[in-house]
Design a protein around this ligand. Structure first.
Ligand code: SAH
Ligand code: SF4
Ligand code: F3S
Length: 460
């Protein structure tokens, strides 16, 4: 492959972690002289960054791969890479299934792509899935947005939720140092980014693996301390974080969010089920009462905060009555957004081996009923925005209507309004909300010299 003709394409499946990893891998490839190809068929390096959270996510990569594997038979110079969570789960088995593959690399190896590629280009078929200490990345990621950016704070997960593959495929928790996180955010601020989302599968675990204990006996570096440490980074106007775990969520964190103006009033706290016996079978480590208390504490201090979560229906053994407890929780709390999924048995997880699996019919029926309730509640939650002035950070043009731009409120609601993307890209604009839908809003921008009324809505 000549250097001049090196073009790459990355297809990313899965969660924000994978998106962040893909951006770092793209950065590495560009440092090596590769150029982005919009069409996979025009690329001579193709990387699939894969997800295996549910079976349908895993199956996607096989259907994509088949096509490119065929292409390789006539274009032997094509480099084919499977990265991410399926790569970690399947390892060498992937090479047997798709012998055309050049490289299979687990998520912990994302920052090592340059080394691995060197081995590939000298003629080896490489599998990199052994657990490693994740190196600080020295390459600049190629970020998809110029406005909002992901910043990893903790990799991996030490929980053992009985349905979940993530600990198997992402490995043990590894926190980055506060200094490294702040340095990345400072660079982002200098490059003009306005919003940062701090990422961890269980972000409340941040710092548990770093040295240092306070006089009161708690870990010196917690998520709360990290928020105080990074909140004044110049240029960064908004800070978000995900995902919170109810087992470790603290009142200290809520107070920090209320106190720090850049931290957005949005909490993503998956509850998974509204039934205590199911929560126990899932090994989640909390009850629905504890979950409700967390939401009450948030709303006591930040009444406007938006709340989103994840939930699973059809977990092994879930009875109709237990499922109704989930509906009850959704009814009572009124989520702004809820990601729902039918339980999918995953290789290497305890629950997959239980003999009380439910039928696909029961699962999809429950999923439909839950989704129906979710959109009713989201529509109710959207009502509260009507007539209010919201700060919208403009991210892009509205693809469906180029006379409009789109962005998000601090509470993370997608919002559209009339405007020119060239002028408004990356700006925080006060928008009076005139139309609400379950998961998005529309409004009218207020003229620039008007006082920012939305400040009055600030919960502190
Ligand atoms: N770390 C986060 C989320 C991890 S995965 C947490 O602890 O909540 C994202 C979501 O996928 C989970 O919240 C869960 O709702 C869903 N999920 C995970 N494993 C699943 C499985 N086997 N079947 C169906 N949904 C699953
Ligand atoms: Fe999976 Fe549980 Fe870890 Fe979340 S906390 S990633 S659901 S094991
Ligand atoms: Fe999927 Fe891996 Fe994320 S399994 S949800 S891409 S951690």
């Amino acid at each position: 492959m000549s250097r001049a003709s090196r073009r790459y394409h990355i297809t990313t499946f899965g969660c924000q972690m994978n998106k962040a990893d893909s951006e770092r891998m793209a950065g590495i490839l560009e440092t090596l002289g590769f150029e982005w190809a919009e069409e996979p068929d025009e690329a001579n390096l193709i990387l699939y960054n894969t997800c295996t959270i549910r079976d349908n996510a895993e199956q996607k990569v096989y259907s994509y791969l088949g096509r490119q594997a065929k292409r390789k038979q006539t274009e032997p110079d094509l480099t084919l890479i499977v990265a991410g969570c399926v790569a970690q789960q399947e390892g060498e088995k992937l090479l047997r299934r798709v012998p055309e593959l050049d490289l299979v690399m687990g998520p912990q190896h994302a920052n090592r792509l340059a080394d691995l590629l060197e081995q590939v280009l000298s003629g080896n078929q490489v599998v990199a899935t052994e657990p490693v200490h994740i190196m600080e990345d020295i390459t600049k990621p190629r970020r998809d947005s110029q406005v909002t950016a992901w910043v990893n704070v903790i990799y991996g997960c030490n929980e053992r939720c009985t349905y979940c593959v993530v600990p198997n495929v992402r490995g043990v928790e590894q926190s980055r140092t506060p200094a490294a996180i702040r340095a990345e955010m400072e660079a982002l601020g200098q490059q003009g980014f306005k919003e940062v989302t701090l990422l961890g599968q269980n972000i409340d675990a941040y710092g548990r693996d770093l040295p240092g204990v306070t006089a009161e006996g708690r870990h010196q570096h917690t998520l709360t301390d990290l928020l105080y440490f990074v909140h004044d980074v110049p240029g960064i106007e908004r800070i978000r974080f995900a995902t919170s775990h109810p087992r470790y969520f603290t009142d200290r964190l809520i107070r920090a969010c209320a106190e720090l103006p850049k931290v957005c009033e949005h909490f993503h706290i998956p509850f998974q089920s509204g039934d205590n016996n199911l929560l126990k079978a899932m090994s989640r480590g909390y009850t629905h009462e504890r979950y409700r208390r967390i939401i009450d504490s948030i709303r006591a201090i930040m009444p406007h905060a938006s709340i989103s979560a994840d939930a699973i229906v059809g977990f092994p053994g879930e009875t109709e009555a237990q499922f109704e407890k989930t509906l009850e929780l959704v009814e009572d709390i009124g989520f702004d957004q809820l990601n729902t999924a039918a339980y999918s048995p995953r290789p290497g997880t305890p629950a997959a081996l239980w003999d009380n699996q439910l039928s696909e019919t029961v699962k999809s029926d429950r999923l439909q009923r839950l989704n129906h309730l979710v959109s009713i509640k989201a529509a109710e939650r959207s009502q509260r925005y009507l007539g209010r002035v919201e700060e919208v950070l403009v991210e892009a043009a509205n693809e469906k209507d180029p006379t409009q731009v789109m962005g998000r409120t601090r509470g993370n609601r997608l919002t559209f309004f009339t405007g020119n993307i060239q002028q408004l890209h990356g700006q925080v604009v006060p928008v009076k909300i005139t139309q609400v839908r379950p998961f998005s809003l529309s409004g009218e921008p207020l003229v620039a010299d008007q006082p920012q009324e939305s400040r009055n809505l600030s919960p502190v």
